[in-house]
Design a protein around this ligand. Structure first.
Ligand code: BGC
Length: 356
């Protein structure tokens, strides 16, 4: 009898303890929704966020949605059902989350837009990103400097690419770059031989490398076949740059007679840093994902304590409904001259990561 009682007590204890753990986990659960694993940066973003949140004692539900909007919505619904306390979301289509965010708000869940602004919802509490206009501006200035646009008469030939139209960042990158380049186009110092300059024409949906490659193929065939020199290509990020480089390489660029044009990029993906070392890509914006993750963890902590999260900009990012209080981190550029200091000495990559 005594034994039976003891067994019962142990069973009860086990149940109450595991029940307790479950409750604790729910109290501490943070949902992190990332767009895709197909691009290096989002893997780093997700891994950094998870590690940093876990260090602080949170449980993390980290999900990737394979660039599929409905998958991301389902993942967010699951996070709401699991009673996550905060959702950190790098959206795929910034305008597709209005309904699911309404549900989150009804359940008292706070939302941080990660890197990409979530549009058309009043239920976006904070936005943490890099200064996206500045990203484009730095790319534009790099082209300005390397072509010597201030001093040289030109004209120089350039082709323009833009990012995914469902990503609010794409417009900021483009706006930033064109704030530098447009005056030179207007003055005739920079010429776009294809005449393709409007955003819709030059945008690459889902930031797809193969689509960027196909567009570059078409541009080369239609406008550069007769030996016209291509001096620069404005590429807003690294996944596009990879496609553009592949296209140019296939068309015989990369020789003394036909050197690669200046090609910009963003993210410092390993493959692109290697391309920089090889002289195929000129620069890439470095957005240290560790900095962004650390800032978002600070935001989560403030929210969990019922405090205001740190922001440094309340005027730039209007999502169609309101200005979303934002924290903008500083982007910088890496090129073949400074990548060692920026990427290796800082511990972002090892030498081995960048083997040719
Ligand atoms: C990010 C870039 C990234 C692009 C494609 C943008 O929203 O800011 O860093 O290259 O998405 O994933």
């Amino acid at each position: 009898m005594k034994k039976l009682l003891l067994v019962l007590m142990v069973i009860l204890l086990v149940f109450s303890v595991t029940g307790c753990f479950k409750k604790k986990a729910e109290e501490n659960l943070i949902g992190v929704a990332m767009p895709t694993q197909s691009l290096q940066r989002w893997n780093q973003d997700g891994a950094n966020m998870k590690a940093k949140l876990e260090e602080k004692g949170y449980k993390v539900d980290l999900q990737y949605a394979n660039n599929d909007v409905n998958t991301q919505i389902q993942q967010l619904e699951n996070m709401i059902t699991k009673k996550c306390k905060v959702l950190v979301i790098a959206s795929i289509d910034g305008s597709a989350l209005t309904e699911v965010l309404r549900k989150a708000a009804e359940n008292g869940i706070k939302v941080i837009a990660y890197d990409r602004l979530i549009m058309n919802s009043e239920h976006v509490d904070y936005y943490a990103t890099f200064d996206n206009f500045k990203v484009g501006e730095i790319q534009g200035k790099y082209i300005e400097e390397k072509l010597g646009l201030k001093e040289n008469a030109g004209p120089f030939n350039i082709e323009l690419f833009a990012g995914s139209p469902d990503d609010n960042n794409a417009y900021f990158f483009h706006g930033g770059a064109m704030s530098v380049l447009q005056p030179y186009i207007d003055a005739g110092k920079l010429v776009v031989p294809s005449k393709q300059t409007d955003f819709t024409t030059i945008a690459i949906h889902s930031w797809d490398s193969a689509d960027a490659q196909a567009r570059m193929d078409n541009l080369i065939t239609a406008h550069y076949a007769g030996g016209r020199k291509l001096d620069a290509v404005l590429s807003p990020n690294d996944s596009l740059a990879i496609g553009i480089i592949t296209s140019l390489r296939n068309a015989g660029y990369g020789t003394p007679d036909k050197p690669f044009p200046i090609i910009t990029g963003q993210d410092c993906d390993k493959a692109n840093v290697i391309a920089m070392i090889k002289g195929e890509q000129s620069m890439s914006i470095f957005k240290d994902t560790r900095t962004l993750a650390a800032k978002v963890v600070e935001m989560v902590e403030a929210i969990m304590k019922g405090e205001e999260a740190p922001v440094n900009d309340t005027k730039t990012y209007h999502n169609g409904v309101k200005h979303v209080p934002s924290y903008l981190c500083e982007p910088v550029y890496a090129d073949v001259n400074n990548y060692k200091e920026l990427l290796i000495d800082s511990g972002y990559y090892t030498e081995a990561d960048l083997q040719l």
